[in-house]
Design a protein around this ligand. Structure first.
Ligand SMILES: Nc1nc2c(ncn2[C@@H]2O[C@H](COP(=O)(O)OP(=O)(O)O)[C@@H](O)[C@H]2O)c(=O)[nH]1
Ligand SMILES: [Mg+2]
Length: 322
């Protein structure tokens, strides 16, 4: 099926077409930019909630509860489960599927997992693009769950309008070694498994750390939850909606979105240029030059600079693989 036809079907509400387009974008098919450009007019409605934290903290269980709360208010939901550590869709994601199965039969909930497989290294970019597709599809809320506390997770959370960092009472060590980045991106902290010992102590520690954070006008709440029973989940959703309100009135989300749009523009250009360059080299446009470089007859730097100065060569590159 042609890509434009898939886009039409997706925009008309076809879940199968949506799934196909997500795969296309995840694999960075040459039509990726075309697809995203075609759906762009329909984007901008969905609110993206990011949930991150160490493995086993209870993120998926919380997501499941948040979805139930959102569905009770008739909101449609998309879930993206991102596993940066896995080259396959195995392990954690399989567990997530089992935990989220209560929503599998709900046709207003669309669940997709993403791993480093297929994304060509740009997991944050792939996540953002999948969120855009879900947004265009008409989802009201998109929940992005990502495992871990490393740089990739921080990048992935850049996609979220509100970021929730989930910890557990035993996370004392995590807090000591917690990347400053994690403290900075959190719009809300959750101490999950509050049925266990030490939850209040962790909350106090977090609140003390948060006092060191430069004031932004938003007071980052530290909430206690028990995802398994649902205790504290309504308060968590309230906090998210309050943060949304805060961002809207303070103009924070406009600034966030403006910066994201510029970054996206530059990324798309870089991706398109390198894709076309690779295509033109593969198509044999510069075989002679490549041979000279390989034989060491011309140094790679000189060759590259010469090519950059040659408009005809650049034109060939830009025309290839369109
Ligand atoms: N005691 C307790 N266990 C929980 C709670 N929330 C989640 N769990 C359990 O913790 C384990 C990991 O949960 P999961 O949602 O998969 O964590 P994730 O790796 O962060 O997504 C599961 O066995 C859950 O049932 C909680 O509030 N209290
Ligand atoms: Mg999980």
């Amino acid at each position: 099926m042609r890509t434009t036809e898939l886009v039409e079907r997706m925009l008309a509400g076809n879940r199968f077409a949506l799934a196909k387009l997500i795969t296309l974008v995840e694999n960075r098919h040459p039509d990726t930019a075309l697809v995203l450009s075609a759906v762009h007019q329909r984007c901008g409605h969905a609110y993206v909630i990011g949930i991150t934290g160490p493995p086993g903290a209870g993120k998926s269980t919380l997501v499941d509860r948040l979805v139930a709360a959102l569905r009770a208010q008739q909101h449609s939901v998309g879930i993206i489960a991102v596993d940066p550590s896995s080259p396959f869709s195995g392990g954690a994601v399989l567990g997530d599927r089992i935990r989220m199965q209560s929503h599998y039969l709900d046709d207003q909930v669309f669940i997709r997992s993403l791993s480093t497989r297929g994304t060509h290294g740009g997991l944050a970019r792939a996540t953002r693009n999948v969120a855009q597709l879900l947004d265009a599809f008409g989802k009201d809320f998109i929940l992005v769950e990502t495992v871990g506390v490393g740089q990739t997770e921080l990048d992935v959370m850049g996609v979220a309008d509100t970021t929730i960092v989930v910890l557990v009472p035993e996370a004392g060590d995590t807090i000591q070694t917690m990347k400053a980045g994690l403290l900075e991106i959190a719009d809300a902290f959750v101490v999950n498994k509050a049925d266990r010992e030490g939850a209040l102590r962790i909350r106090t520690e977090l609140e003390m750390m948060l006092q060191l954070r430069p004031a932004t006008g938003w007071k980052v709440p530290v909430l206690l939850t028990e995802a398994t029973t649902g205790k504290g989940v309504a308060e968590l959703l309230d906090a998210v909606l309050q943060h949304r309100q805060f961002s809207r009135t303070s103009g924070g989300s406009d600034a966030h979105r403006a910066a994201a749009r510029q970054e996206e523009f530059i990324e798309v250009l870089q991706e398109e240029i390198s894709r076309r360059l690779e295509a033109s080299l593969e198509n044999g446009h510069f075989t002679g030059l490549l041979q000279q470089i390989k034989r060491g007859e011309i140094d790679p730097y000189k060759a590259a600079l010469r090519m950059m100065a040659d408009e005809e060569s650049l034109r060939v590159v830009l025309r290839t693989g369109q």
